[in-house]
Ligand binder design. Structure first.
Ligand code: IFM
Length: 457
């Protein structure tokens, strides 16, 4: 087992170790204190969308147990907490009246973090769009971007004074492609035209959100969290290498290029540009304004081969087989070298600001036995990937922090509660939390870390 103290000593003194969660996945209390439904409440209540028709009504009951959960973070020795704010608690219909009770909850949460000396990293949008906005088309409507801007302003005006960092969006790849093209996430659309509209309006909302943050809380470092894919060609053939480049544009470039270069990727535009909504004058300037940091969520690489089907739609790729035999319980290939090459490749293509690994972790579903959860595989996954982050720092990349996904087992979207990513086990019947072996190890790493190498501190 990798010694957490040794690993901790490879990080500079100003590095941040944290844990991450998201509102819909843990809060529950879906009808409490004025919250109204989000698209995920509707989606999870439809038969056939979420495993076992699980929903977010109770989840980890964090809305009521937040103090104990913050104590848990504190007791683990972790110094930063990444959480998301539920738009349907703050502006329950997406537009219209503000719900003070919703803001009060995050007020208490952030004060609770400060009282425990834990840094607060907030995400404004982690997929729980107020359901009412679907009446206008949800993310396929330009008006949703402006509704998001107002929501961002309201949140930052009330909470910005105590936040250590804020992200506009978590993983727009999921709320765009997975939700509007592949139909796996809410609202479950399978339609390229809808997806292309969601793409541009999400990017626009990010830019408008940055504007809002700069206006009302300019002191808070503002960023964007992307689940960039390390796209690996299935073979060395020219066709597969070209396929990998198309896949890069489709899965990464459509988010990175507008934000960091102020344009959409050329091949993507010539294939699908005519089906995009009108890009109005000034949109790309708003989207491309400077941000202070970016977050990378990494779990597994993407391997692709050319799709030879005549007329196959851009990016015209098919999945290529994994090379690593090791897979987590959700079926994702474990391959840490891809984290290294992904960061290297992205810094080569783009002028990126400092980076936080805002999510990384593994799904293993072992249960509590005799009071313990022996999840050695998760611990190994963490040790290997955190080692890669240390390598990147040694190579000069501006890696500023690492957040484990997740603090605790939670609602894993279309997989419901059957897939567990937590450092802490949750018994959904009793809401008892049990720190897993990996959680103890991560806590030791986090506790030891400030005593580590302070060369950059
Ligand atoms: O649970 C999700 C999280 O909400 C976003 N990133 C990936 C995690 C694991 O699937």
């Amino acid at each position: 087992m990798i010694d957490p103290k040794l690993l901790a000593s490879r990080f500079p003194g100003d590095f941040t170790f944290g844990v991450a969660t998201a509102s819909f996945q843990i809060e529950g209390a879906s009808r409490t204190d004025g919250r109204k439904p989000s698209i995920w409440d509707a989606f999870s209540n439809m038969p056939g969308r979420v495993h076992g028709r699980h929903n977010g009504d109770v989840a980890c009951d964090h809305y009521n147990r937040w103090e104990d959960d913050l104590d848990l973070i504190k007791d683990m020795g972790v110094s930063a907490y990444r959480f998301s704010i539920a738009w349907p608690r703050i502006i329950p219909d997406g537009t219209g009246p503000i719900n003070e009770k919703g803001l009060d909850f995050y007020d208490r949460l952030i004060d609770g973090l400060k009282a425990r000396g834990i840094k607060a990293f907030a995400t404004l949008y982690h997929w729980d769009l107020p359901l009412t906005l679907m009446g206008d088309g949800g993310w396929t409507a330009r008006s949703t971007a402006y509704a998001f801007q107002r929501y961002a302003k309201v949140v930052m005006a009330r909470l910005g004074d105590r936040l250590d960092a804020v992200a506009t969006f978590n993983e727009p790849w999921c709320s765009v492609w997975l939700s509007h093209l592949y139909g796996v996430h809410a609202p479950g659309e399978r339609n390229m035209d809808a997806a292309l509209h969601a793409l541009h309006y999400t990017n626009l909302a990010h830019g408008l959100g940055i504007d809002a943050i700069r206006q009302v809380a300019p002191q808070v470092p503002a960023g964007l969290v992307l689940n960039a894919h390390e796209v690996i060609p299935g073979s060395d053939s020219q066709a597969d290498r070209a396929a990998a480049e198309r896949a890069f544009q489709f899965h990464n470039g459509v988010f990175f290029d507008p934000v960091f270069k102020g344009e959409y990727p050329a091949d993507f535009l010539s294939a699908l540009g005519t089906r995009m909504p009108k890009i109005e004058a000034g949109d790309l300037e708003v989207i491309g304004q400077k941000i202070d940091w970016w977050g990378l969520n990494y779990y597994t690489p993407m391997r692709v081969a050319d799709d030879p089907t005549p007329g196959a739609e851009f990016p015209a790729t098919v999945a290529a087989p994994p090379v690593s035999k090791v897979k987590t319980d959700i079926g994702w290939e474990v391959y840490a070298p891809a984290l290294k090459s992904l960061v290297e490749g992205l810094y080569k293509r783009y002028e990126l600001p400092v980076c936080y690994i805002t999510e990384n972790g593994a799904c293993y579903n072992m249960e509590v036995e005799h009071g313990v959860v022996d999840d050695q595989q998760r611990l190994d996954y963490y040790a290997e990937h955190i080692g890669v982050v240390a390598d990147l720092i040694e190579d000069g990349y501006p890696m500023r922090g690492y957040f484990a996904w997740s603090l605790m087992d939670n609602f894993e979207w279309a997989e419901g509660y059957r897939m567990r990513f937590g450092l802490v086990h949750v018994d959904y019947g009793t809401q008892v939390r049990t720190v897993k072996k990996s959680g103890q190890w991560y806590g030791e790493l986090a506790v030891q870390f400030p005593k580590g190498n302070h060369k950059a501190g």
